[in-house]
Every structure is written in structure tokens, then in C-alpha cells.
Write a protein that binds this ligand. Structure first.
Ligand code: GTP
Ligand code: MG
Length: 313
């Protein structure tokens, strides 16, 4: 079978530019300060303390911070690392290592049948916007994309998605407001098959883990998709500006649904880019995309090297 497209085709230049823009606050803020620590002539106890504070402040997570700093400190004490600039480079490598410690999962839409991506996450994190951006990106890669509007709680949510769909040039399958989300997915699946689509992106209502019926509904959607024999994956959107709180929510989601990937949204709105490391470390789930603004093109395919590079200038 001829593969019509391969995910992972974003032009590296475009991706790097998006990451550069999206990480501007992190780079000029906490990570810039971290880097500056190693412009100094020598490393003192104070340097380690400051590094620790900056890593924690950037949302890397307390435990990861301690492990990182301790390991760097040991290597300086043993003489393995001598120059401050070497310590900086090693820190970058270690951080990249965290991102590369989890293998990519699923998500390999290759034109060999329909992949259904359920986009989940709590209210307002950026699910709908992310779907529009992904549709736009996948389409640019040559994929046939259909969007299913399974957030039927708010009429405005359906309208919002239809506007985005038009912008991306992708059909949006929606039901009446307050209709059963699983039946919308059922219709969207049929439409996707008719169009021989590669990817069906499903927008879901912002659901809190505490609301059992909402989680149940997500399971019902999953059952509808699986019954039809399509591959299904769960993509969690996490708002970078919510930091450790967002991570807490992500942990709850991970308990109920098996996550195949995470999209970090609103990276442009925070200097705490360290959340990405915490997410990978804690959830063991790979990052799929980083969203870097409100426009349809503001999405970068995740690449660990490019991400770590963009955190420092
Ligand atoms: N700065 C910035 N804003 C974003 C980004 N992604 C989404 N937003 C904004 O965040 C707000 C919420 O986005 P939505 O896509 O509606 O979020 P949602 O998760 O679908 O929200 P609900 O459907 O209400 O649960 C909107 O104002 C978006 O413009 C991003 O990457 N950067
Ligand atoms: Mg929405």
C-alpha cells in the first residue's frame, strides 16, 4: 500500500522558529538566568543553590531538580567537569535525556487506515484550538483530515470548531447542541470512512476527573471507535501556564485513560518551560506538539533536541 503521508514532516526551520517564538519567555527568563550562572569564572555553593531555585521555579519538578543538581555537583567534585561551560552543556544533555527516555507511541498515522485521535483535557486548556492547528498541520503533510465536534455541551463550542475547520479547510462533523457525544463520533466515523480519511480528530468537552459521568462518556466514545475497528489514541492537552497544577490534572487523567501523547499548550504565555520535563518524567508519556500562540500556525512538532536548544539562546 502506498503511504500517502508521514507524520513528522514539519519543515525543521518552521518548527524551530515556532519553538523559538514560543519559548521566548522561558529563554529570556528562568532558563536565560540558568545559562548565565555558567558564564561566571567559577562554580560555588551559591551557583548550585541558584541553579536549584531556577530549575524548581521553571516547573522541572523538585525531585528531578535534586537529581540533576546532585549529579552535576558530583561530576564537578570528581573533576570530570571542570569548566562552567561544560556544566551548562551537561545540564542540557541531561535534560534532553529525560525527553528521550520515553519512546514514541501510537500516533503513527501513515495512510494505512483511519487513526482516531481523541483530544482530552480540562476546561480551557486549548483543546479546540489545538485540534484546529493539528488539522492544519496534518493537512499540510498531505493527510485527509476530518474533525468531530463531540463537545456538545456548549453550542458555542460547535460554532468555534466550525470556524476553525473552515480556516483549516477541513470538514467538521457536528451534532445538535446537547446531543450524545458518542453518536456524534459515530457519525464522524462514518464521514471519515466515506472520505477515506487518514485522521479523525475528536474534540471533547473539558472534563474533570472528578466528574465520573464525563469520564464514562469518554470511555463510551472509545468503545464506539474500537467497535468500528479503527485505531484510537488519546492525546492530552496540558496548559503550560498552569504548571504543577496542570500536572496534577494530567496525573488524574492518566489514571483513567491510557495516554498516548501530550500537547503542551500556551507555551508562549509562560517562562516555566520546564513543565515539559516534569510531564515526560512523571507520566512517562511523550510530548507530541508544543502550541505557541493563538493562531492556526502556532504549533511545533515536538523534537527534544530542538526544544532544549530553544530554551537557551
Ligand atoms: N497564548 C496562547 N493561547 C492559546 C493557545 N492555545 C489556546 N489558547 C487560547 O486559550 C483559550 C482556550 O482555548 P480553547 O481551544 O477554546 O480551549 P478548550 O480546551 O477547547 O476549552 P473548553 O472547550 O472550554 O474546554 C482561547 O482563548 C485560545 O485562544 C496557545 O498555544 N497560546
Ligand atoms: Mg473546546
Amino acid at each position: 500500500m502506498v503511504m500517502r503521508f508521514l507524520r513528522g514532516k514539519q519543515d525543521p526551520k518552521e518548527r524551530d522558529q515556532k519553538l523559538d517564538e514560543g519559548l521566548q519567555k522561558s529563554r529570556s527568563g528562568l532558563f536565560g538566568q540558568m545559562s548565565a550562572l555558567f558564564d561566571r569564572e567559577e562554580i560555588t555553593d551559591e551557583t548550585w543553590e541558584e541553579l536549584e531555585e531556577l530549575l524548581v521555579a521553571s516547573d522541572v519538578g523538585v525531585e528531578t531538580t535534586f537529581t540533576l543538581v546532585e549529579s552535576l555537583q558530583d561530576r564537578v567534585d570528581s573533576g570530570e567537569l571542570r569548566r562552567p561551560s561544560h556544566v551548562r552543556e551537561t545540564l542540557k544533555q541531561e535534560l534532553r535525556g529525560i525527553l528521550e527516555s520515553v519512546p514514541p507511541r501510537n500516533g503513527a498515522a501513515t495512510g494505512e487506515g483511519l487513526l482516531v485521535t481523541l483530544v482530552v483535557g480540562v476546561n480551557g486548556v486549548g483543546k479546540t484550538t489545538t485540534i484546529a492547528k493539528m488539522a492544519n498541520r496534518l493537512k499540510a503533510d498531505g493527510a485527509q483530515v476530518v474533525i468531530g465536534a463531540a463537545d456538545t455541551f456548549r453550542a458555542a463550542a460547535i460554532d468555534q470548531l466550525e470556524v476553525w475547520g473552515q480556516r483549516a479547510g477541513v470538514p467538521v462533523i457536528a451534532g445538535a447542541p446537547n446531543s450524545d457525544p458518542a453518536s456524534v463520533v459515530h457519525d464522524a466515523l462514518a464521514a471519515a470512512r466515506t472520505r477515506r480519511a487518514d485522521v479523525l480528530l475528536v474534540d471533547t468537552a473539558g472534563r474533570l476527573h472528578t466528574k465520573y459521568n464525563l469520564m464514562e462518556e469518554l470511555r463510551k466514545i472509545e468503545r464506539v471507535v474500537s467497535k468500528g475497528g479503527s485505531k484510537v489514541e488519546n492525546l492530552l492537552v496540558l496548559d503550560a501556564t498552569t504548571g504543577q497544577n496542570g500536572l496534577l490534572q494530567a496525573r488524574q487523567f492518566a489514571k483513567t485513560v491510557s495516554l498516548d501523547g501530550v500537547v503542551i499548550s500556551k507555551m508562549d504565555g509562560t517562562s516555566k518551560g520546564g513543565i515539559v520535563f516534569a510531564v515526560v518524567k512523571e507520566l512517562g508519556v511523550p510530548i507530541r506538539y508544543v502550541a505557541t500562540g493563538e493562531k492556526i500556525g502556532d504549533l511545533a512538532e515536538f523534537d527534544s533536541q530542538a526544544f532544549v536548544d530553544a530554551l537557551w539562546s
